[in-house]
Design a protein around this ligand. Structure first.
Ligand code: GDP
Ligand code: MG
Length: 166
């Protein structure tokens, strides 16, 4: 099994931390210049049964300029080339304009979208319910995973879920 997976979310939600954890625990042999058509390959998660190529899409955020606008367009069309998209939010923050901007852009894509509620180590279990309510019907999520990219909670479950769906 193999597939390309893109990760999106507003700045500081923990995308790089997540990628470092996933790629860090398995081999990631990549040259700096490795690229898909538009996006930087962050690394490859490899097991005996599967290989997931993770792609960073830094262009997917609310643009502040014409150039930014162009970059968002470019990043969004790249999302139509992947097998799955991970949309990451911060469990400790309310849904905001930056999240809504990305959600609106994800509405038209073909790939299944997973909701990753990150930084669960920073919230009490009961405080998870309101945030899940806020996002529940935002998109037809393939699956929802509360995780901690920093501490690793539920990251293996997410990876198994991704592989099972491939
Ligand atoms: P990015 O901008 O989405 O790539 O976010 P980063 O990965 O750079 O993370 C932003 C900040 O959030 C850093 O200080 C991380 O250490 C912190 N962070 C990321 N994931 C977690 C998490 O699961 N729990 C906590 N407590 N902090 C996290
Ligand atoms: Mg980052």
């Amino acid at each position: 099994k193999s597939g390309f997976v893109a990760i999106v979310g507003r700045p500081n939600v923990g995308k790089s931390t997540f990628l470092n954890r996933v790629i860090g625990q398995k081999i990631a042999i990549m040259s700096d210049t490795a690229q898909t058509t538009r996006n930087k390959i962050q690394g490859i998660y490899t097991t005996d049964e599967a290989q997931i190529v993770f792609i960073d899409t830094p262009g997917v955020h609310k643009p502040k300029s014409k150039l930014g606008d162009y970059m968002v367009q470019s990043a969004m069309s790249a999302l139509n080339e992947v097998d799955a998209v991970l949309f990451m939010i911060n469990a400790a923050e309310k849904r905001g304009a930056g999240d809504n901007f990305i959600i609106d852009r994800l509405k038209g894509i073909k790939a299944p979208v997973y909701l990753l509620i990150n930084k669960i180590d920073q919230v009490k279990p009961d405080d998870m319910l309101p945030i899940m309510e806020q996002y529940k019907t935002a998109l037809p999520w393939k699956a929802v995973y509360p995780i901690s990219a920093l501490e690793g909670n539920n990251v293996d479950e997410l990876l198994s879920g991704l592989i099972d769906a491939m």
